[in-house]
Ligand binder design. Structure first.
Ligand SMILES: NC(=O)c1ccc[n+]([C@@H]2O[C@H](COP(=O)([O-])OP(=O)(O)OC[C@H]3O[C@@H](n4cnc5c(N)ncnc54)[C@H](O)[C@@H]3O)[C@@H](O)[C@H]2O)c1
Length: 248
């Protein structure tokens, strides 16, 4: 039996990078997928790939920082597949407009907070009652190595991912009794197309990866574990997929 047979997963940012790799891994393990991405065309391509290998998937466009869009994503998933058992929040990411607090672009600060932190809040806020009604679920939120160790140069992103980490711990406390597990992934350098374009091998974060940078599939495997019943006693944890960078 596949590890996610009979389960439905909503993945935000499921059209590209880590979200896409996780969608393909979850589909391989029998889950039905709802892929939400503001580049809907990306999600459509992943859905086509899943359909081609015999899986079930639905693409939904929308911005995770819009309450109306989040409502539409979740409603579409519930209408199509009945319930949401797994929520993975992968939409987000930093940009070159970020920097130290004295220099970063203030609009970029709010963009990052709105997408990475507030977007995570909105999806959790909408999905948790669904999970409670159906007897539980697994939420996987995306933080970063930057929220675990001291780094410099991306303070808006660091703040938003620190918020995700702390908020997830609070949610894990709040909903454990109702069977909702909430865990966090804290990747180091993951060579998605977006990151490969601006984090080069001479970057100190890159150099701290004792095992070298990760591929999106490496993070997807950890998400798969956290989503599955193998992790039924795991909540409130932070899974560092960083090649050892946080112990460097
Ligand atoms: N790649 C890394 O090195 C790395 C390291 C640590 C954490 N992360 C985190 O992992 C997550 C995924 O990163 P990635 O490198 O796979 O990014 P990516 O750019 O490859 O994929 C992100 C996807 O999210 C979508 N998206 C972005 N903003 C959105 C929004 N507001 N609403 C809906 N969809 C939106 C994009 O269209 C894209 O398809 C991010 O939260 C990022 O901060 C990445």
């Amino acid at each position: 039996m596949a590890r996610l047979d009979g389960k439905t997963a909503l993945i935000t940012g499921g059209g590209n990078g880590i979200g896409k790799a996780t969608a393909l891994a979850f589909a391989r393990e029998g889950a039905a997928l709802v892929l939400a991405d503001f580049r809907k065309e990306f999600a459509d391509d992943v859905v086509a790939e899943i359909h081609a290998s015999g899986g079930q998937a639905l693409a939904v466009g929308g911005d995770v920082s819009s309450e109306d869009d989040v409502e539409a994503m979740v409603r579409a998933g519930v209408e199509r597949f009945g319930q949401i058992d797994i929520l993975m929040n992968s939409a987000g990411g930093g940009s070159t407009a970020d920097g130290p607090v004295t220099e970063l672009d203030l609009d970029e600060f709010w963009r990052t907070i709105r997408v990475d932190l507030y977007g995570t809040l909105l999806t959790c806020r909408r999905v948790i009652p669904e999970m409670v009604n159906s007897g539980g679920g697994s939420i996987i939120n995306m933080s970063s190595l930057r929220a675990v160790i001291g780094t410099h140069g991306a303070d808006a992103y660091t703040a938003s991912k620190g918020g995700v980490l702390a908020m997830s711990r609070a949610m894990a406390m709040q909903w454990a009794e109702q069977g909702v597990r909430v865990n966090v992934l804290a990747p180091g350098v993951v060579l998605t197309e977006r990151v490969a374009a601006f984090i080069k091998p001479d970057n100190p974060i890159y150099q701290k990866s004792l095992l070298g940078p990760s591929d999106p599939e490496d993070v997807a495997e950890m998400a798969l574990f956290l989503a599955s019943d193998a992790a039924r006693k795991v909540t409130g944890t932070v899974m560092r997929v960083d090649g050892g960078a946080s112990i460097y």
